[in-house]
Ligand binder design. Structure first.
Ligand SMILES: Nc1ncnc2c1ncn2[C@@H]1O[C@H](COP(=O)(O)OP(=O)(O)OP(=O)(O)O)[C@@H](O)[C@H]1O
Length: 266
């Protein structure tokens, strides 16, 4: 099957909520739309419900309320049609397959043809040249995460969901990925959602940043990142970059203070 060239889908979450069976409310009813073909970064304090939100959008977690609509379809259908790829913190590569073998399996499952030179290019893009034939056990944690990113990109998904995909990746490689990956997403018109703990990374990569409150997650800021592309690490010294970072930090600090006034007073 050839890659899907139809326009990328937008995502509409309506009243989306999650209470886990033990009664823990992870996400309050949330109404949010993610524009087609754009990259949105989601930031928020640890445990606020970011992964839960992403997993519901991916169809990997059942909402306890509300719905997710991806270009007119529910997430399960988007996943089934191989239009959606995920790369999460825990790379979940098959240990008995090489990096190339893991990517080939993703292509086979998505009914895409296997073009070895395309796989080589992707492996190089994520900085794993020379490791295509290594098994996950022979790779560092950061290298496994990058292999998972290459696997997620291989099927040319219309929708890409990334949850802290660079968590274990060293700083220099993160910077390189933050420069190279958006070019690919833009060229393909992928709708991308990225959960990250790094405000700097969010600004480097995204068109829009959504900041969430401490649990249960509520949107406390919705900020457009209207900086020119391609963005480079030295752009972080520009006043317009710093102004966006300030806005995001102010919203996060404010919401933390509201949820934990005693801590904020210290
Ligand atoms: N399967 C589960 N059952 C019960 N509680 C869960 C489950 N998964 C997550 N939680 C809880 O839901 C809350 C939100 O978790 P989630 O992983 O979505 O947060 P997060 O913002 O992604 O955190 P982090 O930034 O630390 O990765 C946390 O309190 C977590 O302990």
């Amino acid at each position: 099957m050839a890659p899907d060239r139809t326009p990328p889908p937008g995502i509409e979450c309506t009243g989306l909520a999650k209470t886990y069976p033990d009664g823990l409310v992870a996400v309050s009813p949330l109404d949010v739309t993610f524009a087609a073909g754009k990259t949105t970064a989601i930031v928020g304090p640890s445990g606020c419900g970011k992964s839960t939100l992403l997993r519901m959008i991916a169809g990997l977690e059942t909402p306890s309320g509300g719905s997710v609509d991806i270009g007119g379809s529910p997430p399960a259908e988007t996943l089934r049609n191989a239009q959606l790829s995920v790369a999460f913190q825990d790379p979940s590569l098959l240990p008995w397959r090489t990096v190339r073998g893991n990517i080939e399996l993703a292509l086979t499952l998505a009914r895409r043809s296997i073009v070895p030179s395309d796989i080589d290019q992707l492996v190089e893009l994520v900085g794993l040249d020379g490791f295509a034939d290594a098994r996950p056990a022979e790779l560092s944690g950061g290298m496994r995460q990058r292999a998972a990113i290459a696997r997620a990109l291989a099927t040319e998904p219309r929708l890409l969901l990334l949850d802290e995909p660079f968590g274990a990746v060293d700083e220099l490689t993160r910077r390189q990925l933050a420069q190279d990956l958006p070019r690919l997403w833009e060229a393909r018109g992928t709708t991308t959602l990225l959960v990250t703990h790094s405000v700097h990374e969010a600004i480097m990569l995204s068109d829009r940043i959504i900041a969430l409150s401490p649990r249960p997650a509520e949107i406390v800021a919705d900020i457009t990142v209207d900086l020119a592309r391609p963005r480079r690490p030295d752009h972080a010294r520009r006043p317009e970059f710093a102004a966006i970072a300030d806005k995001v930090f102010a919203a996060l600090t404010d919401s933390m203070a509201k949820s934990r006034p005693a801590l904020a007073a210290q």
